[in-house]
Design a binder for this molecule. Structure first.
Ligand code: FO1
Length: 320
């Protein structure tokens, strides 16, 4: 029987999955449930198989099998198949496909080819471990994140893993997202939630695609739950990844207040009720307040599982 809060997390891969582990433990301690709505903009077809990097980071982290040094992929990974693919000249030779990870991709692709939807496939993948959470893709429609460059488009994965975000982008697009529909359970989970949390994920390439799926913003506007975000910016810098470039390109200041304003206050057509910002960014409290979002200052560094769990506790307390 569920006695605690029904919590929904909107998240990307690396940072989102680290936060999700602490949140899962805190929600479990309160007798609640956790549903994670995962970004699928990073997904791609490679050598005929379907990869879902953010979904898999979430799956592996909650299962306790993630490579915690890299932040993605499986712990104890080997690269024998990758060596063969390179010898065949197949795939992207700069993109690491581990043997254990490939097991998930091959299983996923087989089930997709059997006619299962991405939601059903993810339901099957997560049956393997007791995750203590339910994972949902944001949509079953393929809406890859494309980087707009001066001379055309490039898949986000190529721009990030091959070029390390060094080619100056003009913007980011999810072609076809206007026609996408939320995956089954996404709108329902938000509607029935007691708390919705925006993970400290990349606002532009991880959370914006989820918010762009038609119906998701409306669900967030209507839910009785409080919507709380955790800043991915600490001390005016992105904690990880390529968020600084992404924010600059779309004209959002790389600051806790800048990202809070990007999401906007729920009562002013945005999505946030409250925003957890780092103590290092104390100077931005007033500006967040003026935006109509409740600023809550807390330690945000997820350096240890204990600190991550404390952050998750703070986010829940802010919402409940
Ligand atoms: N990230 C890298 O920096 N280099 C890689 O070769 C790489 C391979 C890879 C394969 C499967 C997978 O699920 C993730 C992988 N990632 C790799 C991580 C991925 O690029 C990022 O986690 C995200 O997509 C950014 O959110």
């Amino acid at each position: 029987m569920v006695t605690g809060p029904r919590v929904v997390l909107l998240a990307g891969g690396v940072g989102g999955s680290t936060f999700a582990v602490g949140l899962r433990d805190e929600v479990a301690a309160r007798g609640g449930t956790l549903t994670v709505i995962c970004n699928t903009g990073d997904d791609l077809w490679l050598t005929g198989i379907r990869l879902q990097p953010d979904v898999d980071s979430m799956l592996y982290a909650l299962a306790g099998v993630k490579d915690s040094v890299k932040g993605w992929g499986r712990a104890g990974e080997s690269l024998r198949v990758a060596g063969e693919l390179r010898a065949w000249g197949a795939g992207w030779d700069w993109f690491e496909l581990g043997d254990l990870d490939l097991g998930a991709h091959v299983a996923r692709t087989g089930w997709l080819r059997d006619g299962l939807s991405p939601t059903d496939v993810l339901a099957r993948l997560q049956q393997r471990w007791d995750l203590g959470a339910t994972l949902l893709p944001m949509t079953n429609t393929e809406v890859d994140t494309q980087v707009v460059l001066a001379d055309g488009h490039m898949h986000f994965q190529e721009w990030w893993t091959r070029h390390r975000a060094a080619i100056e982008p003009l913007g980011f697009e999810n072609p076809g997202i206007d026609a996408a529909v939320p995956a089954p359970g996404v709108v329902e989970a938000i509607a029935e939630a007691d708390v919705v949390i925006l993970a400290p994920s990349n606002p532009i390439v991880s959370l914006a695609p989820i918010l762009a799926v038609p119906g998701v913003r409306a669900a967030l506007a209507e839910t009785a739950a409080r919507v709380v975000g955790v800043s991915p910016i600490i001390g005016g810098a992105a904690v990880r990844g390529m968020a600084e470039v992404c924010l600059r390109v779309v004209g959002v200041p790389c600051s806790a207040a800048g990202v809070a304003a990007f999401y906007g206050a729920r009562h002013r057509s945005g999505v946030l009720d409250a925003w957890l910002l780092a103590e290092e960014d104390a100077g931005e409290v007033e500006s967040i307040d003026r935006e109509g979002v409740q600023p809550i200052m807390r330690p945000l560094w997820m350096r240890t599982p204990d600190l991550t769990r404390t952050l998750a506790r703070d986010a829940l307390d802010a919402a409940l």
